[in-house]
Design a binder for this molecule. Structure first.
Ligand SMILES: [Zn+2]
Length: 205
């Protein structure tokens, strides 16, 4: 039987599997018979496991960092693409608000409809967006429509869009103007023009 101190010296190599089959066999046998060496073996094995666990965690952290960086790069790339798309959309489809000096508009009452005709005069294309204006919730929790926002935008003439689109007509029933606080707001780049029951049927330049 090998002496304890020799076994204990060899334990690290034994755990790492670096010993010859013969020595390994002897040590295994010694461990079965000697409680002290068995205890040390258990202790050393546990601490080596900890070390390898620690390394694994570091590796995992590193991998996580790499993945984070990759994600960041992808997000950046995507943002740039989105920005380019937004700029293209801006110039081709959304445009910018029309200024008062570039728009001729006339209003008229035809039957029970109030009309506003708009004509863009700066050679660009006219795109008019409209959206409802809602008031405070009523007793039923419903927000009533109290007006319309009319937003003329100018676009660079585009081969995608129709060629003759410099004018637009918006209509609203005269009944609407009889409702309290109803208004049509013409939102231009340099200010609003507001039509209410007080002024909708008056002449505008
Ligand atoms: Zn021993």
């Amino acid at each position: 039987m090998i002496k304890c101190h020799i076994v204990q010296d060899l334990l690290p190599s034994y755990i790492d599997g670096l010993l010859s089959a013969e020595t390994e066999h002897d040590i295994r046998q010694h461990l079965q018979e000697c409680e002290a060496c068995r205890a040390l073996h258990a202790k050393l094995s546990a601490s080596i496991d900890n070390v390898s666990l620690h390394v694994n965690k570091k590796e995992i952290d590193f991998l996580k960092k790499v993945r984070k960086k990759t994600t960041k790069k992808m997000v950046t790339g995507f943002t740039v693409l989105l920005l380019i798309f937004a700029l293209l959309t801006y110039f081709l489809a959304i445009g910018s608000p029309v200024r008062k000096a570039d728009l001729i508009y006339t209003t008229s009452v035809v039957g029970d409809t109030w009309r506003i005709n708009m004509q863009l005069t700066n050679g660009k294309s006219l795109l008019v967006k409209t959206e409802s204006i809602y008031g405070e919730k009523d007793s039923h929790g419903v927000k009533p429509v109290v007006g319309v926002l009319v937003k003329p935008h100018e676009l660079l003439p585009s081969p995608i869009l129709e060629s003759d689109n410099t004018s637009f007509m918006f209509g609203s029933t005269i009944d609407s103007f009889n409702k309290r606080d109803y208004k049509v707001i013409l939102r231009l780049g340099d200010g609003d023009i507001v039509f209410t029951s007080d002024n909708y049927d008056k002449q505008h330049p």
